[in-house]
Write a protein that binds this ligand. Sequence first.
Ligand code: CTP
Length: 413
Amino acid sequence: MTPIDTTFNASTRFVNHRLHLGVCGSVACYKAADLLRAWHKLGIHVSVTLTAAAQRFVAPLLFESLGAMPVYQGMFSPGDNIFAHLEPGQSAEAYVIAPASADALSRLVHGAASDMLSAQALAFDKTLIIAPAMNPRMWAHRATRANAALLQERGIVIIEPACGDTACGNEGQGRLADLSDIFLAVLRALAPQDMAGRKVLVTLGPTREPWDGARFWSNPSSGRMGTAMAVCAWLRGAEVTAVCGPGEAIWLPPGIVRINVGSAREMFAAARDSWPQMDMGMFVAAVADFFPKSLGPDKFKKSETPQGFSIEFCPNPDILQTLAAHRRPDQKLLGFAAESTPDMESLLPLTREKRLRKNADLLAANRINAQGSGFGSHTNRMAVIDAHGHEVIWPEQSKADVAWDLCSWLLRI
Ligand code: CTP
């Protein structure tokens, strides 16, 4: 499994953006190669600077081979432009240092320009993102904490180290942060901030409706489409609250407020409580329409009814429809629909009817019985309809690209 696994690994919306990656001497610097690969795969141009200490761990050739251009090695390396220390500030839109050493934090605090990485950071006036990695005692030291706090005060994004065991054999906070967090923090710095200031509620994943102490009724939703919507809105600057049903594939960056729920009634309660503060609602969850009447908190034994048995089902609240009925005029709602139709065209009348019934501004429907679409898939093919009568059928796209286009559409209406 790749160490970077987000719904945005397959986005096509970052092609030709420019990023500069600084790498300091740390055991974690081999992980910078994975980050470079993931950004490069999105079509982002990445230039790299390795400090002298980093070059003791990894060779510049590794980064060159993975597509970085150029790879700076020192202040006065032969062949470098004399103004190489100014180049990232002119060409890159964001500068990320991962891993950043304690020494690099100290140099950045003091505005040192004694090595290429620090000089380039000093001459960089756009978003700077720093992901420190070091021994836990070094990270806990007051000097390091004060340096990190001061950099944060200056508007630099600090992605704090993770807890766990470090290569030096100690336990504590010091490991390089989750690579998916670093990967997405950089995409956020590159993305248009056209959803800044908006509060967005997303429901996602399946719900589980228990009918005894050991079993539940559910559906195969992976939560991927909802995750893509939540991450997309966050990348574009929104404040996102995600109400998540249970799901293995549901990973969200720490910047998103996450509320975990089990049943549809729990999801309804969490969504209803947050709704008055929201500007937009994206209802992506595959909510069970009915819950089975529980047979009690204990495990139901088959010996009790060897001939089989029936369970009574009761309707769950419709979250989207209820919150749409209690909306302020400025609140926008996006609904989804999972249908089984023979083709995309026959989705359209069902989608029209569902959008109207649920009073959604936008409704995006897919076919659960088509390849490259629906539950568990990494891609989706959507029919989308808005309240002004605009209708489209999109070609198959990654869920990240579908989310991107739906966010843009919601902003337009
Ligand atoms: N939805 C919801 N609460 C429910 C059921 C559905 O919020 N109890 C939302 C879904 O998140 C989705 C939309 O309503 O955005 C449509 O869901 P779907 O299951 O396709 O439609 P249903 O209302 O269940 O209608 P039907 O079963 O007839 O297709």
